[in-house]
Design a protein around this ligand. Structure first.
Ligand SMILES: Cc1ncc(COP(=O)(O)O)c(C=O)c1O
Length: 299
């Protein structure tokens, strides 16, 4: 495949901005060999990050979980991101950051003293088409068989990849996952249900990724007086829900209108979703301007 089609042309690798074709990583990188690394995807709208700081703080938490030192300060990350977006022409983009433990002889225990591999690329932000927000998504339910550290944004995503693949074969736009009968999340998004006007939110424990969009939605709901309960949500409640939503940095907040072929509520996007969507759009319109850090100043 033409490398140009894979992402916007300029990437960042270990201190250098360079064309994607010139970005080379050792096959002995532990990210390649073991999936020993973490990542982030941060949405930027014309250079203004949506909760970029929260994403960078989550990157820190993921690195801490793997005992990988963070190679950069927040200021340096912001400066690298700013320059990368600028070099790729700006616009609405998703910034992908990956940090791996680095290159070593293949052996399970991580040796000390490795130099982290740092890779960033940007892609045009692939938010759903307006029809998706108007008509909703069709999803299928699957048992969540991923590992028990789903709060870590690890690059080892095979569990999620296979579940998403299974869901696609069953005809689902996305999957809705359950563990021991309780709602967890989707393969790359969080999920909330609504019953009798109350938003039901699975807790941010080790069974789901604490989504930045999910957190923002909860904050907007609380600020605007929408009733919300953070608690485990049983499969029965999901099946009987009036509304289901999917939330992530790229999906934003989108309605699910059928689950396993049956309508969710009335089978159309519900009133609480519409209110939340309007609050989200309003939040996006009023994003603060990008910080003016330059890479040189940050180093
Ligand atoms: C498993 C999982 N859950 C939830 C999310 C949503 O997180 P965010 O809102 O921070 O994009 C993601 C995003 O990639 C994810 O991979």
């Amino acid at each position: 495949m033409n490398a140009q089609a894979l992402c916007l042309p300029t990437v960042y690798l270990n201190g250098k901005f360079l064309p994607i074709e010139e970005a080379k990583i050792s096959p002995l990188d532990r990210g390649f060999i073991f999936g020993d690394g973490v990542y982030e995807v941060i949405p930027y709208y014309d250079g203004r990050g949506l909760r970029a700081l929260e994403h960078l703080k989550r990157l820190q938490r993921s690195l801490d979980e793997l005992e990988i030192a963070n190679p950069h300060s927040i200021e340096t990350w912001e400066a690298i991101i700013g320059e990368l977006i600028e070099r790729n022409g700006g616009g609405n983009v998703g910034v992908y950051i990956q940090v791996t433990r680095g290159v070593a002889k293949r052996d399970f225990p991580p040796p000390p003293g490795l130099t982290q591999t740092v890779f960033l690329m940007v892609n045009p932000l692939a938010t759903p088409k307006p029809e998706t927000y108007e008509k909703g998504m069709s999803c299928v339910s699957l048992d969540d068989n991923r590992w028990l550290r789903c709060h870590v944004k690890a690059t080892a995503l095979l569990g999620a990849v296979l579940l998403k693949h299974e869901g696609s074969k069953l005809g689902g736009d996305e999957v809705v996952m359950f563990r021991d009968g309780y709602l967890t999340e989707s393969s790359a998004s969080n999920i909330a249900a609504v019953k009798n006007g109350v938003i039901l939110c699975p807790p941010m424990d080790n069974l789901i990724l604490g989504g930045i969009t999910y957190e923002l939605m909860m904050e907007l709901a609380r600020k605007n007086g929408l009733p919300l309960e953070v608690r485990r949500v049983h499969r029965r409640e999901v099946r009987a829900a009036d509304e289901l939503w999917i939330m992530s940095s790229t999906k934003e907040v989108a309605p699910i209108v059928t689950l396993d072929g049956k309508p969710v509520g009335n089978g159309v996007p519900g009133p609480v979703f519409k209110k939340m969507r309007a609050l989200f759009e309003d939040y996006k319109r009023n994003l603060p301007a990008a910080p003016s850090t330059s890479l040189k100043a940050a180093e």
